[in-house]
Design a protein around this ligand. Structure first.
Ligand SMILES: [Zn+2]
Ligand SMILES: [Zn+2]
Length: 138
């Protein structure tokens, strides 16, 4: 597990994550690609997360089970948060100096468009496999 601080572009929001899993996930789902204009490179941060400048964080409920947070000043995407568990998934690129990162998994591989592909060797899950996997967690 890693510990690091994430900052938005304007610096109004600072997030300290104390339990970051360096094996990150790329999500190709329509919602993630619509949100960021590209697949979401997400590190799992669990619940041991401290947000400074929370009054500048706007939450958008993107599904019945999760919300997405962004900075109201600069628009930086800050996190995807599961309602039930309170777990944070955060964009890998907003952290400083994360060591030992490894692309471990690709979610919604069946929604990945054909205009890009990664050469990383990873595990993959389709939408049906993810729904089955998370049935009890959501
Ligand atoms: Zn900002
Ligand atoms: Zn997604």
């Amino acid at each position: 597990m890693l510990s690091s601080i994430a900052k938005c572009l304007c610096g109004a929001v600072k997030i300290t994550a104390n339990e970051i899993n360096p094996k990150f996930t790329v999500c190709h789902c329509d919602a993630c690609r619509g949100w960021g204009g590209a697949p979401f490179f997400a590190v799992q941060c669990g619940t041991n997360v401290e947000v400074e400048g929370a009054e500048k964080v706007k939450m958008y409920e993107s599904s019945p089970w999760a919300s997405r947070g962004f900075c109201t000043e600069c628009g930086t995407h800050l996190f995807f948060k599961f309602k039930k568990s309170g777990d944070y998934n955060m964009p890998v690129g907003i952290f400083n100096n994360l060591q030992g990162l490894k692309m471990e998994m690709q979610y919604f591989s069946d929604q990945r468009p054909d205009y890009y592909c990664f050469s990383n060797k990873t595990k993959e899950l389709t939408q049906a496999e993810i729904m089955a996997y998370f049935e009890n967690a959501l």
